[in-house]
Write a protein that binds this ligand. Structure first.
Ligand SMILES: *Cc1c(COP(=O)(O)O)cnc(C)c1O
Length: 464
């Protein structure tokens, strides 16, 4: 198996993931609060319920597989981030983690801003009612059409990523008589992943302007050459994903603030904003131990305050961009078991009715998930199993090693928690499998946010 991949994304280091648990949990029916959304519970007769609704009812009504999203949990996480960072900072939800119009509405109501990185995400954001001024646009290769749409919609900021783009955007803004606010994406030479980070990562990546190579300083000059059409408001950095250790932010903040000091020295201006990106980790399994938003906010404020004091700069307005940390824990995927195959002395394969088309992360990053029997409780002995999908690919694994009750049988419902981020948004139609719906649950009510695809949907694109 490839170890060059990682749950957080590709990385340069070749560090083996921690060993998978080989002892079964004390109670197979338990719902660990670290990986389940806050309203998840067991009913009196042992089934999983969320938002006050029994998964058996939800499966009957909406079918499987389905993503079930706990709206109360989503809103509570938004509020926790908003409150932790306070009025002096901005929280941008990273739309790529999962975006639909209902989510945009919730974000708008809860006081968050929104990151988009494509025309489609921008269209969803605007259609969902997010005020354009609260939208930031990212991406290393935004098209002319995407830039023009962003400029004419009035998005609050565009994070510029290349010299070509600076000129392209300056031209488009001038054409439309707009003075567009921009941030410069700096590559700070920090690569943060989960429990370790590399402060001297080489800068071989497609995003941003290198700090050490002087490109970032050159990008500042390039933007400042267009005072009529571009307004430079700050510097942006994003160092990785599924980060638990704040020390990567310490180094990136120091380097970003260093650039602000250089800009002041060279151009006599103090930029008013910095953005330290997203990438904060969540618990995919009970072994993960993420920081709470208030701890993250406190740590970042201290780091930025200290660096600014050392550089003799006024503290700029801070923004952060959590995606996974907000939506990841809010949803689980509900599957139905189709087959249980015992290979004597080798392994037990449990096949479910979805797989890599609704969750590519295990195949792509070797990601770890957990799973529980959802339609009932069981007192049977634990068995170690591999939960796999229905696709024509042996890497089509949902949960690599899972303890499930040994009386598991076809027709049982399984639930895989922490699938809110980068599952529906990365879903595919591999094997012409229609993508599952996203159903929001709250206070005993369920509402389809994104409906299930049908075979007609698939055929509609096929013009014959
Ligand atoms: C992906 C990304 C994020 C969000 O990352 P999460 O791991 O979901 O928090 C934030 N900012 C930028 C620029 C990104 O590319």
């Amino acid at each position: 198996m490839s170890r060059s991949a990682h749950p957080a994304g590709p990385r340069h280091g070749d560090v083996l993931p921690e060993a998978h648990a080989t002892t079964p949990p004390a109670d197979l029916n338990a719902l660990d609060a670290r990986v389940w959304s806050r309203t998840a519970t067991r009913t009196a007769d042992g089934a999983l319920a969320v938002g006050g609704l029994d998964v058996r009812t939800l499966a009957d009504e909406y079918g499987t597989p389905a993503y079930l999203l706990d709206e109360e949990d989503f809103r509570a996480r938004c509020r926790a981030w908003r409150t932790a960072f306070g009025p002096g900072a901005d929280v941008f939800y990273a739309g790529k983690a999962f975006l639909c119009r209902a989510v945009v509405r919730w974000l708008t109501e809860e006081g968050l801003n929104l990151d988009v990185c494509s025309g489609g995400e921008l269209a969803t954001a605007l259609s969902g009612g997010m005020p354009a001024a609260r939208i930031a646009m990212h991406g290393n290769n935004k098209s002319r059409a995407e830039l023009a749409k962003a400029v004419t919609s009035g998005v609050g900021r565009i994070v510029v990523d290349s010299f070509q783009e600076i000129e392209r955007l300056a031209g488009i803004a001038a054409e439309h008589g707009v003075r567009q606010k921009v941030q410069i994406r700096a590559t700070v030479g920090v690569e943060a992943h989960t429990h370790e980070f590399i402060a001297t990562a080489h800068e071989d990546q497609k995003f941003g302007f290198s700090l050490t190579g002087g490109d970032a300083a050159e990008a500042v000059r390039a933007v400042l050459k267009h005072p009529e059409s571009l307004e430079l408001i700050g510097v942006h950095s994003h160092i990785g994903s599924q980060i638990f250790d704040m020390s990567g932010f310490e180094v990136s903040a120091r380097r970003v603030v260093g650039l602000l000091a250089d800009i002041r020295d060279e151009h006599g201006v103090e930029l008013p904003e910095i953005d330290l990106g997203g990438g904060l980790g969540i618990a995919y399994t009970p072994e993960d131990d993420p920081r709470e938003p208030h701890e993250i906010a406190k740590a970042l404020a201290e780091i930025v305050g200290r660096e600014c004091e050392a550089a003799n700069l006024a503290v700029p307005r801070l923004s952060v961009e959590p995606g996974r940390a907000i939506v990841g824990p809010t949803a689980f995927t509900l599957y139905e078991v189709g087959t249980v195959k015992q290979l004597d002395g080798i392994r037990t394969y449990v096949s479910v009715d979805g797989g890599m088309s609704d969750n590519i992360r295990t195949a792509l990053y070797d990601a770890d998930y957990s799973v529980v029997l959802a339609g009932r409780a069981s007192a049977a002995e634990p068995m170690l199993a591999r939960v796999v999908g229905k696709h024509c690919e042996s890497g089509d694994i949902v949960v690599r090693d899972a303890f499930l009750p040994s009386d598991l049988a076809p027709g049982d419902l399984l639930a895989v928690p922490a699938t809110g981020a980068y599952c529906r948004s990365m879903a595919s139609n591999y094997n012409q499998v229609p993508r599952p719906p996203v159903v929001a649950v709250k206070d005993g009510q369920a509402r389809v946010l994104v409906r299930r695809e049908t075979e007609e949907d698939l055929l509609r694109l096929d013009v014959g």
